[in-house]
Design a protein around this ligand. Sequence first.
Ligand SMILES: [Zn+2]
Length: 363
Amino acid sequence: MKLTAQIKLLPSDEQAESLLRTLERANEACQYISDYAHESGEHSKYKLQDAVYHDVREQFDLGAQITVRALGKVADAYKTNPNTHNQFDIRGGFPYDSRILSFYTDRQEVSIWTLGGREKISYEVGENHRALLEQDKGEADLIYRNGMFFLLVSCQMPTANMSDEDVEAIDGYLGVDRGVNNIATTSDGDNWTSDQIDERRQWYQDRRDTLQSVGTRSAKRELQRLGGKQARFQRDTNHTISKRIVSKAKARNSAVVLEDLSGISERTTVRRQQRARHSNWSFYQLRQFIEYKALIAGIPVIKVDPAYTSQTCSNCGHCDSKNRNGSNFECQNCGHSVDADKNAARNIAARGAVNSPMVASEA
Ligand SMILES: [Zn+2]
């Protein structure tokens, strides 16, 4: 499973200026390569490299590896959108790899290639992301946002299967149902309703509609800023929920049990999320947050078959679609009456006890 760690760079004024010039120059080079790719119809990285590598290095005074990354970035863009003349924002993110970026996690410092030479820059990182950085690291995107520099680092998480001893060490199972009325409900009754989120989402939607109808440049900028704010709000909420769930499981020495939604529906969700930043509430993100917080906390995550969890009585096991009526569950067999999402979460927890557990799947 790959997860992204975000770190904030703390450059001096001179270093910040050098980073910004480097980012701008690299993106100018991308635009130059893109112009060529569009005109020539040559889209593969190697063909582009043959054609313009020396040109780019000379014209933009870039290092060999930065030039290779620029060629890669453009080739990727044409892989996704072959029929457009791809444009590169002069301050857009730029990919770095281990040949132009090194981490010194013990002293929270990176060494990064800039036009002025290698710079050693210290950084800030949150507690969870610090743990991610200790794993194997892949590419990192250098991002410039609101006058600050960030690195989004792709980290490989270990995939660990639970041993029999791990299973024996567990005292219980905390089931989590991810519904529509509720973002999440646990088998012991914690729940986070979607109401507040929906209100906020509606507010963003209305504001976006207004700005779109205005259509001026400043409205477009405001629109972009709004998208970022909404995404951060969603992230924060998912972080809060996942943190609470995992810390509760840890305190009780329980495994977290989730529905295994790794079918088509989930893949659709992921793709939709990539397509639109202002996507609907993201279950996928919540699951990801639960998984990596659990991994760091040493709490197993078990995925179970989600079929009929909402129609089955958690008291007597009777399964009937008539058991469920909106947000209420009332068993047609034993009369057990309970909140529908809580009933589902209990079924999920019970299934965790009989399933063969695993910590994380390859994503
Ligand atoms: Zn029943």
